[in-house]
Design a protein around this ligand. Structure first.
Ligand SMILES: O=C(O)CCC(=O)C(=O)O
Ligand SMILES: [Fe+2]
Length: 446
């Protein structure tokens, strides 16, 4: 591995362009002239590209346990017990891979170099791994937990960490290895279906946006078409179009020059339909956020405590969101570039969903290429490790219940400046002080 030679004092010393487009070597990058030409050619996205609402109601997150008549509280308990059991066996039986470098020795790099490394060493001839595993640094500090598929027949405890090269095993490239019986460690199917439905409903009411400059979200279309639009083929051969984009939903965003106050991110409050749609979306994804909270609490208990305390100080949707993440990036049908998320504090969780082929998770510094199928969970240090989702293609045809094909993802994260500001703040500080704009309204004045 080539990432462990030099020491760098801090990641902020890295020579990385702020604007990914500034580096012409960047993967699939366009030069300034091409950007200008493309921007000039962008017209208003028409309603034919709108994201349609789903048909009918959302799937219950408890669908698997619902056969017996049980109260919601018991159903939730069952769902958490099942996830808890998976996490216990993940901890016991999933393999661990160790890097030769310590996290603080991670070599400075650029998106261009990382993309080049991925192209050379993790290209089409390297099959993505269908796996669940842990990746740690030379001091056994966790870097990545990947909750995908595990062979239930493999009940050997794995106390020893292996080299990064050991992640590539021919038996772990598909789900049809003879004699294997798989368990999925990620989001259960009903919760995953609900996440997809709730997100499509959100995007149908609140159109996701894509900036005219291509950033980490967005790649030029290979057919030269409008990058803001995904095309997919219906079963009758006709072509439909759908807009792509992203929503940043952050309860307590720091704005430049205002270091003692926080703000609800623009996507939440910009329009009255946005306010209504985001509340409904938080409510619809409450149980899913609860399951992800359990994952963080089990795998990273110390980080969970810190995040949860800051979450409780900053939360706005207190009845709809159990925490511990104050930020969500809703990535709707976008292609992704090599990047890291410099403003994330610690670990974030990303979860892909939809109907698509391709879309593998590539983390060059861990030499990892993961199959990253819908519902798999990638819990990792997204501000330290470069990552890219490889190009994907939508499956043909409309999916069940009016769901449109293509790949989307949610990233649950905690913005670092928000975390820092909230560290000494009491519970519900954000709600009770209008995020630092008024005196605490919960204090009774005698
Ligand atoms: O789409 C994904 O799975 C990851 C997205 C991502 O890395 C990001 O939004 O920063
Ligand atoms: Fe990212």
């Amino acid at each position: 591995m080539s990432f462990n030679h030099k020491r760098s004092d801090s990641s902020s010393s890295e020579s990385e362009p702020g604007n990914l487009l500034a580096d012409p070597k960047f993967l699939d990058v366009e030069d300034d002239d091409a950007t200008k030409k493309r921007k000039a050619g962008l017209n208003r996205l028409e309603s034919r590209c709108a994201v349609p609402p789903i048909e009918g109601n959302l799937t219950s997150p408890f669908a698997q346990h619902k056969k017996k008549k049980l109260s919601e509280e018991i159903l939730r308990q069952r769902l958490h017990e099942q996830m808890g059991k998976h996490l216990v066996s993940f901890n016991k039986y999933a393999p661990t891979f160790r890097t030769k470098f310590r996290l603080d020795e991670l070599q400075p790099s650029t998106p261009a170099n990382m993309a080049e490394y991925a192209r050379k060493h993790l290209g089409d001839d390297v099959l993505p791994q269908v796996i669940s595993g842990k990746w740690v640094d030379a001091d056994d500090e966790p870097l990545l937990f990947y909750l995908g598929q595990r062979d239930m027949n493999d009940k050997t405890e794995k106390p020893m960490a292996e080299d990064l090269d050991a992640q590539y095993v021919p038996e772990r490239t598909s789900l049809d290895h003879p004699g294997a019986k798989y368990v999925h460690d990620g989001l259960p199917p009903a919760a995953l279906e609900r996440l997809w439905q709730a997100t499509q409903d959100l995007c149908s009411q609140l159109p996701p946006k894509i900036p005219p400059e291509l950033t980490r979200h967005g790649l030029q279309r290979q057919d030269g078409g409008d990058d803001r639009v995904m095309e997919y083929r219906m079963k009758d051969g006709s072509i439909r179009e759908e807009r792509r984009g992203v929503h940043h939903l952050v309860q307590g965003w720091v704005m430049q020059g205002h270091h003692d106050k926080l703000y609800l991110s623009a996507d939440i409050h910009e329009s009255s339909s946005g306010v209504a749609a985001t509340r409904a979306y938080y409510e619809a994804t409450k149980e899913i956020a609860g399951l992800l909270g359990l994952v963080v609490k089990t795998l990273l208990p110390e980080q969970y405590e810190k995040y949860q305390e800051a979450f409780e100080a900053g939360v706005w949707f207190a009845d709809e969101d159990p925490g511990p993440f104050l930020g969500r990036a809703v990535v709707w049908k976008l292609q992704l570039r090599m990047h890291k998320d410099k403003a994330d504090a610690g670990f974030s969780i990303s979860v892909p969903f939809g109907a698509f082929t391709g879309g593998y998770m590539i983390i060059p510094q861990l030499h990892a290429k993961l199959s990253y199928r819908p519902g798999d969970l990638c819990i990792f240090l997204s501000s330290k490790l470069y990552h890219q989702v490889s190009r994907w293609e939508p499956t043909d045809g409309m999916q069940k219940g009016g769901l449109t094909p293509g790949r989307s993802a949610h990233v649950f994260f905690f913005p670092k400046p928000t975390f820092q500001l909230l560290q000494d703040k009491p519970k519900f500080w954000g709600r009770n002080t209008a995020y630092g704009n008024v005196g605490d309204v919960s204090k009774v004045v005698g």
